[in-house]
Write a protein that binds this ligand. Structure first.
Ligand code: PLP
Length: 393
């Protein structure tokens, strides 16, 4: 997310040339896709058109034939999914306290109340042991997040949702390609939302989609993304409600088609790189490693926790020392959502969700993206281990 961690490292005057700066993430766009985008630009059809249709069809096939509607961001996808499910004023939606803030913002934006639940310290996903205690007569939906692409326990989650007749709007922004017990995230479940932001495993530059929904809900998604407007005859439209504007462009969709063709290869590479981190750090890592998941994990991010209570440096100092060695480090995310001003304003306070708060303090995102070499992981592990050894109390 933070653009500053992609800036080139400092170049010491008169010193030997540094290795190229390694960002924590970087999208891979192949030449064929760039050529395809040029063709779209020359075609004269730039807004939603044949490429959006093709991209939605290709995604639908990827998700086992389910309906797919694209939007200009996952934030829009999540908001529209809530609206299509009829969630609004007076409703409560249960969601984890640690995620990107959009997860909770969309709940507020449709007029509902986000009810936070703490996350696991190592899997970063909503703690299902604590979920039921958060259900009230006003609860209408659960919005889980597959954090870093690690699938939430879908059997347990959907069993709870079924028992209380709750909708599930999955924030699968980070989870494209991951699976739960062999079933791809998005190929089952209620309403499942993905992000195509440049930092995600598949990008359309900006973009997102909703997978699933009844025919009526799919029609609502179409209305929400385009002014609430529907064609009633070749020369006539009606506006059913004051809808928004979040339709994907054909240019973006063409990028997505090129990305989708490479997705399995990208994710396989991410798994190799993650495996390298685990192999090098093994059981006595100087950081607290994340849960490894199964062979389907898409490794959207590799985000260990720093043992700050045993260090003489802050997280910021760690990040600065890594940058001095030419390595970008991200933070996802720097605070639990309930600690933000907007959420304190609706009654949340520090101490309520200790794991989410601790992750916010200690988490760092180390480089992991498909164009990386295994030797880049070696370089990161060496630098981080050395910095942490020198800073140990
Ligand atoms: C990226 C992300 C979003 C928002 O996605 P956009 O496409 O940028 O709107 C929402 N939730 C999570 C968990 C994300 O990682």
């Amino acid at each position: 997310m933070s653009a500053d961690s992609r800036m080139p490292g400092p170049e010491g005057a008169g010193t030997a040339p540094r290795e190229a700066f390694l960002p924590f993430t970087r999208p891979t766009i192949d030449e064929e896709t760039i050529q395809g985008v040029a063709e779209v630009l020359r075609s004269g059809w730039l807004a939603s058109g044949p490429n959006v249709r093709k991209f939605e069809d290709a995604l639908s096939e990827y998700f086992g034939g389910r309906p797919v509607r694209t939007q200009t961001s996952a934030t829009a996808s999540l908001e529209h999914a809530l609206l299509a499910a009829g969630i609004g004023a007076g409703d409560e939606v249960i969601t984890p306290a640690m995620s990107f803030v959009a997860t909770a913002n969309v709940i507020v934006r449709v007029g509902a109340r986000p009810v936070f639940v703490d996350v696991g310290l190592d899997d970063r996903n909503i703690d299902l042991d604590q979920l039921e205690a958060a259900i009230t007569p006003r609860t209408r939906a659960i919005m889980p997040v597959h954090f870093a692409g690690l699938a939430v326990d879908m059997d347990r989650l959907y069993a709870i949702a079924g028992r209380y007749r709750l909708r599930v709007i999955e924030d699968a922004a980070q989870a494209i390609g991951s699976a739960w017990r062999g079933r791809r995230i998005g190929s089952f479940g209620d309403l499942v939302c993905f992000s195509f932001h440049p930092n995600k495993n598949l990008t359309t530059i900006e973009g997102g989609c909703v997978v699933g929904g009844s025919p009526e809900e799919v029609s609502q998604l179409e209305l929400h993304r385009f002014h609430g407007q529907r064609k009633v005859a070749a020369d006539e439209v009606d506006t059913l409600f004051a809808g928004g504007k979040a339709n994907l462009s054909d240019v973006a969709a063409r990028v997505g088609l090129g990305q989708l063709a490479s997705l399995e290869r990208f994710n396989a590479r991410r798994r190799e790189l993650a495996a390298r981190y685990f192999a090098l750090w093994g059981n006595d890592a100087p950081v607290r490693l994340p849960v490894r998941g199964d062979e389907s994990h898409n490794w959207h991010m590799f985000a260990p926790l720093l043992p700050l209570e045993r260090l003489r440096i802050s997280r910021l100092q760690f990040i600065e020392r890594m940058a001095e060695r030419g390595i970008g480090v991200g933070v996802h995310y720097a605070a639990a959502i309930h600690l933000f001003t907007a959420y304190r304003a609706i009654g949340y306070r520090e101490g309520q969700f200790p794991n989410a708060e601790r992750i916010g303090r200690e988490t760092v995102t180390l480089p992991l993206f498909p164009a990386m070499e295994l030797s880049d992981v070696d370089r990161v592990v060496e630098a981080a281990s050395d910095i942490l050894r020198r800073a140990a109390t």
